[in-house]
Write a new protein. Structure first.
Length: 222
């Protein structure tokens, strides 16, 4: 009886979604994910404190972020404040701050949300350098896909990646994204014209991949 009760408690933890506060937890498989689930959280940027919102501006202005962003100019405090206001009551764009052990480590976003067509674009950034290369980016992507095709009810998710960002292109392909096109010489970075790779994934394609990827992510230890 105790085992059954504990399993019910565990299942309850999995399905609880505190959506109003912009918080949702990772759903994975096996044993390792239990610890990660408690440590990794997404919070709507509009629900976090001003210091964290200001930290996001610092991330947006970092060299590593601007290197792979369309808008690579310096973002002032006023511009950042106006951007935050533009997210209020915005049904087409939502940005989450990712917390690990209650410390902000990066962001994920859904933009160009088209509820009629059940599609959206997405992007992410892992700002905490110490966590790069340890599987955290994969967990962030897994969680975002679960949210997009679960709570949000989307049927198609798109993203754009510069051709020079090979690691992220490989990561997206690993999670089931398919290359749908290339915008050749579409942007100038420095003195070089770069291609932009267009990728997309369908909800049914994610369903085919999620369990296998969940088992792979069981091996992640942070």
């Amino acid at each position: 009886m105790k085992v059954v009760f504990r399993m019910r408690q565990l299942m309850l933890l999995i399905i609880i979604q505190v959506f109003k506060s912009g918080v949702f937890l990772l759903r994975l498989f096996g044993t390792t994910w239990r610890t990660i689930m408690l440590k990794l959280k997404f919070r709507n940027i509009l629900s976090v404190d001003e210091d964290t919102q200001s930290l996001v501006r610092t991330w947006r202005n970092s060299e590593s972020e601007r290197m792979f962003s369309y808008d690579d100019h310096y973002i002032s405090e006023d511009e950042h404040s106006n951007w935050l206001r533009s997210l209020q009551n915005n049904e087409k764009h939502v940005l989450y701050v990712v917390f690990f052990n209650d410390l902000p480590i990066g962001t994920v976003s859904l933009s160009n949300i088209r509820l009629k067509h059940k599609t959206a674009d997405w992007a992410f950034g892992l700002a905490e350098e110490k966590l790069r290369g340890k599987g955290v980016a994969g967990i962030m992507e897994y969680q975002l896909l679960e949210h997009a095709f679960g709570e949000f009810g989307l049927e198609k998710l798109n993203c754009e990646v510069f051709s020079t960002n090979e690691k992220v292109i490989r990561l997206h392909k690993k999670f089931g994204f398919k290359v749908e096109g290339i915008r050749r010489n579409n942007i100038i970075k420095g003195n070089e014209r770069l291609d932009v790779i267009l990728l997309g994934i369908l909800s049914r394609e994610w369903e085919e991949k999620r369990e296998k990827l969940g088992k792979i992510l069981e091996r992640v230890k942070i």
